[in-house]
Unconditional design. Structure first.
Length: 439
């Protein structure tokens, strides 16, 4: 048993026993109520699942095991001479609930390097698709092709104890995460770079190797990828990609099948496509205003025009957050430290200054502040990654860190198959009539 797995077992075994006791002694305790609007409108705000890895606070933003993003940027280990946290560190934190040491992070980097070999048939599956197939179609197909390697699926078919499920899920999760950069880079080079591929460099960390295999050797790109992969890793359990992975995993589908379901959800325009929609909107803004760098007044007028047409300003607003997304702020800081000037990034800054008061003045928007997507695409584009439809694949590589850590916990804690009750509209109408009759 490797040392990370052993550390996880030391955390999971006593917590599983504690949860069992909580259910036994406090299982009937009411945690909250739900409304008719919540039932009809996506269950927003319903407390109905447990996710150990992170929690989104409306006022404080995302916290990973209690740590904010600014805290993690300072405290997580960095590559030698690096300035941004290594994603290996956020994975360690989410999995075992402890800030990692440099040795802990080095161990994970080495493990992922050893596990990163992608079977030939996976590349064959990608190559069987049309080159113009969407990158997420190719990405999800590759993940499904990798399912032939599932340690959990093979062990389950032979018969294993429930208490050992997590052990095999851990192996699958580590193997899957290790292989995703190779797969993502292969798709990128196949689709956009004339199918000319770059071999991995096993001296590099996980995120830097992805940048290398995509063809970006600039040290600042490596820094950006480390930051990007860290801040996109998790966003508690209710978002589509996390919840889909959890839901499918609750049926004991192996990690490959579970993760693929999460990625098909991430591919949806309302989830993972937001940053490319931000860039499209900014490019349309530039074109409509004659190109070049617009003034704040011109941007304000364009925002008002967008709203008057019944459209949204992409990158602004969030289902939970009620402040500027700390992930936006982290990327804003990256821009100021490393880039200094870029027209698109400058427009992002100007939008940030003028958009919130305009959105707030409508009286219809609960959160007029930017989310993570308002900035991420601009940074990627600055370094020459102009293939907007590939951005969701990068998001998907990062999101594996959080959903796989959570899936290991799901099996270690013995979470059952997820099967909420449902209502018909007639049920709801009867409930409304009953409440009104008693009033």
């Amino acid at each position: 048993m490797d040392k990370l797995k052993e550390k996880f077992q030391g955390k999971a075994t006593p917590l599983a026993a504690e949860i069992k006791d909580i259910i036994k002694t406090n299982g009937d305790l009411v945690l909250g109520e739900f409304t008719v609007a919540q039932v009809y409108q996506g269950m927003k705000g319903m407390k109905g699942m447990v996710t150990e890895t992170s929690k989104l606070d409306p006022e404080e933003g995302i916290r990973f095991r209690g740590y904010s993003i600014p805290e993690l940027r300072k405290q997580l280990p960095k590559a030698p001479g690096g300035t941004e946290p290594l994603p290996e560190g956020i994975f360690h934190l989410m999995l075992v609930g402890e800030l990692p040491t440099n040795d802990d992070v080095t161990f994970i980097t080495n493990e992922w390097q050893k596990r990163s070999v992608v079977p030939k048939h996976v590349f064959d599956v990608i190559d069987a698709l049309p080159v113009d197939a969407h990158p997420m179609t190719q990405y999800c197909s590759a993940i499904l092709a990798l399912q032939t390697e599932s340690v959990f699926a093979k062990a389950y078919a032979k018969g294993i104890s429930k208490k050992d499920y997590w052990d095999y899920v851990y192996e699958d999760a580590m193997n899957l995460i290790a292989r995703l950069p190779r797969i993502a880079a292969y798709i990128y080079r196949r689709k956009y770079k004339n199918n000319i591929h770059i071999e991995p460099d096993h001296k590099l960390d996980w995120a830097a190797n992805l940048a290398h295999m995509m063809g970006f050797e600039d040290l600042d790109v490596r820094r950006l990828f480390r930051l990007y992969m860290t801040i996109h890793a998790d966003h508690e359990g209710g978002n589509v990609s996390a919840h889909a992975t959890h839901l499918v995993g609750s049926a004991l589908s192996d990690p490959y099948l579970s993760f693929c379901s999460g990625m098909t959800g991430l591919a949806g325009p309302l989830h993972g496509l937001a940053n490319q929609e931000v860039l499209n909107w900014i490019m349309e803004l530039k074109e409509n205003l004659g190109g070049g760098l617009p003034t704040k007044e011109q941007i304000a007028d364009y925002i008002k025009k967008t709203l008057a047409e019944g459209k949204v300003v992409p990158g602004y607003g969030h289902a939970v957050l009620r402040k500027t997304d700390p992930r936006f702020t982290a990327q804003q800081d990256f821009y100021k430290n490393y880039i200094k000037h870029d027209d698109i990034c400058e427009i992002v800054q100007m939008i940030y200054e003028v958009a919130p008061p305009i959105l707030e003045s409508t009286g219809k928007i609960k959160n007029p502040w930017p989310n993570v997507d308002a900035h991420s695409g601009a940074l990627l584009a600055h370094y020459g990654i102009h293939e907007y439809d590939f951005y969701t694949v990068l998001f998907g590589v990062s999101r594996a860190l959080g959903v796989m850590a959570s899936l290991i916990w799901d099996r270690a804690l013995g979470h059952p198959i997820e099967r909420p009750d449902s209502l018909t509209t007639e049920n709801i109408k009867a409930k409304i009539a009953s409440v009104k009759a008693k009033a």
